[in-house]
Design a protein around this ligand. Structure first.
Ligand code: BDR
Ligand code: CA
Length: 314
């Protein structure tokens, strides 16, 4: 089978790092490039991390394009350093990467790459705020016709938020961009808190990860040690949820998930609720679905699939 061509927009980020290393290792995927964005850390940091991760995976053929430094129209929120550390990787120091991001910025790069692909061949996986994708749509709306689909880690349609009482972090970081991406005429699937919070990676799984002993799994263990401690400190939870890697697993094994076509609006006006993803479950003809939302997941098979892929890492 020909590997699926994939471009990943990301804000690494501890859980982004897990998703990226798994994507770069997946035989079913051909990762063509990474674009970076602010979110878990400032863009200068997420870009360095993306480069370091590509090098760790021995995939320097994968280009990295540096993206937006902040949201489309509102001031940037504080980055999520309490969960990801000041360096975005749980204070695990990977040293400076040898490679550099390409000169072209992420939005024009996305346009060029997408328009150069045959229609329907490229999938986008978005693991951070959707600013780069929204900017690319503004530059060239026809990119929406060319990609096969967009899988987004973001939102929460039937759950409380994580970054605020109402909103998930990626949609809260740039609600206007999220709305633009949801409304564009390309198939979008949301892998949000409704499913990602159904899986908890605990001390037991961490001990298993540590015992694997490869360079990548040892790094992931060290970074996720910080992440797990942050979950204990900030959420009183004895484990962490699988956010970004769940979006990757949706791409690789969609049968693990139940989805619904829904119309989703991203709240952009209320000072309390901004970034909240409000789904219209009435299926009103006035508001046809704009996205497909993962509403349920088989949590145990997902954990097994995750562990199987982690065990492959060098
Ligand atoms: C999302 O927010 C980020 O902090 C994580 O990397 C993930 O993409 C979870 O809400
Ligand atoms: Ca992320």
């Amino acid at each position: 089978m020909t590997p699926q061509r994939l471009l990943i927009d990301t804000d690494p980020g501890i859980d982004d790092a897990m998703a990226l290393l798994l994507a770069l290792d997946a035989p079913e995927l051909a990762v063509v490039a990474l674009t970076t964005v602010f979110g878990n850390a400032p863009t200068a940091t997420t870009t360095q991390n993306a480069l370091a991760l590509v090098e760790m995976a021995m995939r320097r053929d994968v280009v990295v394009a540096r993206g937006a430094e902040g949201p489309l129209v509102r001031p940037a929120l504080e980055s999520a350093w309490q969960f990801h550390g000041r360096n975005g990787l749980g204070e695990v120091d990977l040293g400076p990467p040898r490679g550099e991001a390409i000169a072209q910025r992420a939005a024009p790069f996305l346009v060029e790459r997408i328009m150069a692909e045959a229609a329907g061949r490229l999938v986008l996986l978005a693991l951070g705020p959707l600013t780069n994708l929204a900017l690319a749509l503004r530059i060239e709306p026809r990119i929406a016709e060319r990609v096969a689909r967009v899988v987004v880690m973001g939102g929460a349609v039937n759950r409380a938020g994580n970054a605020s009482a109402a909103a998930e972090a990626n949609t809260r970081n740039d609600p206007e961009a999220a709305q633009i991406v949801f409304d564009a005429p390309w198939p979008v699937t949301l892998v949000g808190l409704d499913v990602t919070q159904q899986t908890l990676f605990t001390d037991e799984q961490m001990a298993w990860l540590a015992a694997l002993g490869g360079a990548q799994s040892t790094f992931l263990h060290a970074a996720h040690r910080y992440y797990l401690d942050a979950y204990r400190r900030n959420k009183a939870l004895d484990g962490f949820h699988i956010h970004d890697a769940s979006a990757l697993l949706y791409l690789l094994d969609p049968d693990l998930f139940v989805t619904r076509p829904l119309h989703v609006e991203v709240e952009r006006h209320s000072p309390i609720h901004f970034g909240m993803t409000v789904a219209d479950w009435r299926y009103s003809p006035a508001q046809p679905p704009n996205v497909e939302v993962c509403v349920d997941v088989q949590a145990e098979p997902l954990m097994r699939a995750l562990k199987k892929r982690l065990a492959r890492l060098k």
